[in-house]
Design a protein around this ligand. Structure first.
Ligand code: CA
Length: 233
């Protein structure tokens, strides 16, 4: 059971937070809801939570600022799941080096968020405290959230919006296989009529751009029938 897991939800829209609190409670989590970033930080500093669900667009601070403050605390390793609304927010989440664990795009199903939370807590609940993926990765990739830019071997890549989103998704968790449906939902969420082969076309152009920097490297792996992943080295 999840009975002892405490989840903090920082979201100013009650209509979004309440169904989530309800679903999480039914799943056995102890969910707390606050509407302001500073209230979230105070709550977590008072009694640390097992996971924080963080809205990017808060009235008193951006979710990115709140995450930065969280990461600066003694309990800074708390897993964070972002709630995002717009494309530019998503691009920043994907490029975020502060190390959010996952994100969902509004509007979302509270059940899906609950499933994501379960998966994150499972990853973090291993025998050892998991090091953040970002710091474990060698500097083959470098994500720059502010500039929505990715460097490969230190060289900034000239990417289209969707190439950036796709590559940022892959390199945010090197070695993790991303299923095609997952890539479609996260990268082309604002273009639902996109054909499946669009992913392959973008992988192809990405590989061509990466080869211009390192002709011998092939850092995007195809997992037949499964999806794609980015290599660490
Ligand atoms: Ca908001």
């Amino acid at each position: 059971m999840n009975s002892s897991k405490r989840i903090l939800i920082v979201e100013d829209e009650t209509a979004i937070a309440e169904p989530l609190v309800y679903v999480l409670a039914r799943e056995g989590y102890a969910a707390t809801h606050v509407t302001l970033g500073r209230d979230g930080l105070t709550a977590h500093a008072t009694a640390p939570f097992d996971l924080v669900v963080l809205d990017v667009g808060l009235p008193d601070a951006s979710g990115f600022d709140v995450l930065r403050s969280l990461r600066g605390d003694a309990e800074g390793s708390v897993p964070v799941l972002f709630l995002t609304a717009r494309g530019d927010e998503i691009d920043r989440v994907l490029g975020l080096e502060l190390g959010a664990d996952d994100y969902v795009v509004k509007p979302f199903s509270p059940r899906e968020v609950a499933a994501r939370i379960k998966a994150i807590l499972r990853r973090h609940g291993g025998t050892a405290v998991a090091a953040p993926t970002q710091s474990a990765a060698p500097q083959l990739w470098k994500l720059d959230a502010e500039a929505t830019r990715i460097r490969y071997h230190g060289v900034p890549l000239d990417l289209t919006r969707y190439e950036y989103r796709l590559l940022a998704l892959l390199v945010a968790h090197p070695g993790r296989i991303h299923a095609r449906e997952d890539i479609m939902a996260r990268v082309w969420h604002d273009a639902p009529d996109t054909a499946d082969r669009t992913i392959d076309a973008h992988v192809k152009t990405l590989r061509a751009k990466l080869r211009q920097i390192d002709a011998a490297g092939d850092p995007i792996r195809t997992h037949r029938g499964l999806g794609y992943s980015a290599e660490n080295a």
